[in-house]
Design a protein around this ligand. Structure first.
Ligand code: HPA
Length: 307
């Protein structure tokens, strides 16, 4: 058995996963082509591509031109990596991400997080569209992610599966404070400043494999488990980010309500609605990201000033 694990399964994983050297090669591709040295990475979720519109002095790379990069196959996801400045802060934003349901293994889905790490980011902001399972949530609300349930990991599918390279992080990384509490506190303050407290919550996110939406029985089970928002991304990206010690902030835009009874009058969940709600709330989501980055920039300059 051990013979097989070591000599068959591990090389197989190595074949499908990205080595440190390969990730470094992708990072170097960017570092050789731009002088921008981002501190913050941003992943734009479904319908939230325009978060990147606030970025100035941009330099963009299409995924198809980046060596070893997959392409995103989902409508509503563009497929570009954008370097530039947001509120004076050097950033890199991904317009379009990779999902397990597209046929990409989780290591591949979260590979760009490691690329951004080697490009030099210290913070990762992750956004996604999600179904609102908490009955208090309305369509268009924002959920600041306080914690997640890694159900795919519990079922044996993790982005960290396979041989561990300690240059990224430890074999057994903790996930207790995966979502930085200082940044959650900052978000609370920003939300008050924006006057949108009534449309913003803090909650627990789950990532399911998709691409189908959930049955009523599944949603009932998830609610019992303590889930507030249901998506098909983010969690494995955050696990990969915490593994390499990035400080993480994430929020979900509630694009539909999850129906937990068969006779509910909600329309069936559908991708068009997800993208449409994303578009209608993109300016508020963009403002939240801008204000968070600005506040982070103020913190950093204050810290440097007090040295
Ligand atoms: N379920 C899963 N993922 C989603 C949903 C949903 O209802 N809405 C947007 N992404």
């Amino acid at each position: 058995y051990f013979y097989h694990t070591r000599y068959l399964i591990y090389p197989l994983f190595s074949l499908f996963s990205y080595s440190y050297e390969l990730i470094k090669e992708i990072a170097d591709f960017f570092l050789e082509r731009t002088t921008i040295r981002p501190k913050v990475g941003i992943i734009c979720g479904s319908g939230l591509n325009s978060l990147a519109d606030h970025i100035t002095d941009t330099q963009a790379f299409d995924y198809k031109d980046i060596p070893h990069f997959p392409v995103s196959t989902v409508e509503g996801h563009v497929g570009r990596m954008i370097f530039g400045y947001l509120e004076g802060m050097p950033v890199v934003a991904m317009q379009g991400r990779f999902h397990n349901y597209e046929g990409y293994p989780l290591t591949k889905c979260s590979m760009p997080v490691r690329v951004m790490k080697l490009v030099g980011i210290q913070y990762l902001f992750v956004t996604n569209a999600a179904g609102g399972l908490n009955p208090k949530y309305k369509v268009g609300d924002i959920v600041i992610v306080r914690d997640h349930i890694n159900i795919m990991g519990i079922a044996g599918n993790s982005p960290l599966q396979g041989p561990n390279d300690p240059r990224f992080g430890p074999r057994f990384p903790p996930m207790k404070n995966a979502y930085d509490r200082h940044l959650v506190g900052k978000a609370r303050k920003v939300v008050r400043e924006m006057g949108i407290e009534n449309d913003v919550h803090e909650g627990v996110l789950i990532c399911l494999g998709g691409p189908n939406y959930e049955t009523v029985a599944e949603l009932k089970m998830l609610r019992i488990m303590g889930v507030d928002a249901v998506g098909m991304s983010t969690v494995h990206e955050v696990i990969t980010a915490r593994h390499c010690d990035l400080t993480v902030f994430a929020f979900s835009l509630i694009t539909n309500k999850c129906a937990t009874d068969y006779d509910s009058c909600e329309e069936d969940a559908n991708h068009e609605e997800v993208v449409m709600v994303g578009k209608s709330r993109q300016s508020i989501c963009g403002e939240l990201v801008c204000r968070m980055v600005k506040s982070l920039a103020d913190d950093i300059s204050q810290k440097n000033g007090s040295k």
